[in-house]
Design a protein around this ligand. Structure first.
Ligand code: SF4
Length: 185
């Protein structure tokens, strides 16, 4: 799979502390997308699922993995990654520009190994300022397993943004509305 970048442990991309992985490549091209640098399917780094799973397994103190894009559904080995994450005893949160029905039509088995799904194209004309981890009001958070309770207060807390300084400079992740203000694209 093409991987744009990863963060070993973040509190800003889903419930609890999570490993986050951004896939590289997206043909959906939502106007106002906060990650246009992830459109090019030739960017990023080619990695195998076992290699990514080994990186995840080496991280202590995470409860799950969040997979973002780019468009994760445009990676042929996404299902294997999701299955492998759950086999490690971790939860899977998937962000996709495709609707749940479109995902099922593309791959009826893929969501068997996804606990939380945020679905739908990002619509810049409908920014969502109330629901955590959701960019626009047309998108939905689906609880696909009983791993999480919708009443869990973590789902109604305020969105957050994280800033990291590393070898490649400033890295900003978390709520898209917040990262835009920091990065000012
Ligand atoms: S699906 Fe996601 S990555 Fe692709 S254009 Fe839309 S918001 Fe951006």
């Amino acid at each position: 799979m093409r991987v744009a970048h990863t963060i070993d442990a973040t509190d800003a991309e889903g419930p609890g502390r999570r490993f986050a992985l951004w896939t590289q490549g997206c043909t959906l091209r939502c106007k106002g997308c906060c990650n246009p640098e992830l459109f090019d399917a030739t960017g990023g780094t080619e990695r195998t699922v076992p290699d990514v799973l080994a990186q995840i397994a080496a991280v202590d103190g995470i409860e799950g993995v969040s997979i973002l894009g780019g468009e994760p559904l445009q990676q042929a080995d996404l299902a294997a990654l999701c299955e492998g994450v759950q086999a490690l005893g971790l939860t899977v949160m998937l962000y996709s520009g495709y609707l749940l029905a479109e995902i099922v039509a593309r791959d009826p088995d893929l969501l068997d190994h996804v606990d939380l799904l945020v679905d739908g194209r990002y619509d810049a004309t409908k920014p969502d300022t109330t629901r955590r981890w959701i960019g626009s009001t047309n998108q939905e958070l689906h609880f696909l397993t009983d791993a999480y309770d919708p009443a869990d207060p973590r789902f109604s807390e305020a969105n957050t943004v994280e800033l990291r300084w590393g070898p490649d400079g400033l890295v900003v992740n978390g709520w898209p509305g917040g990262t835009r203000k920091v990065v000012r694209r």
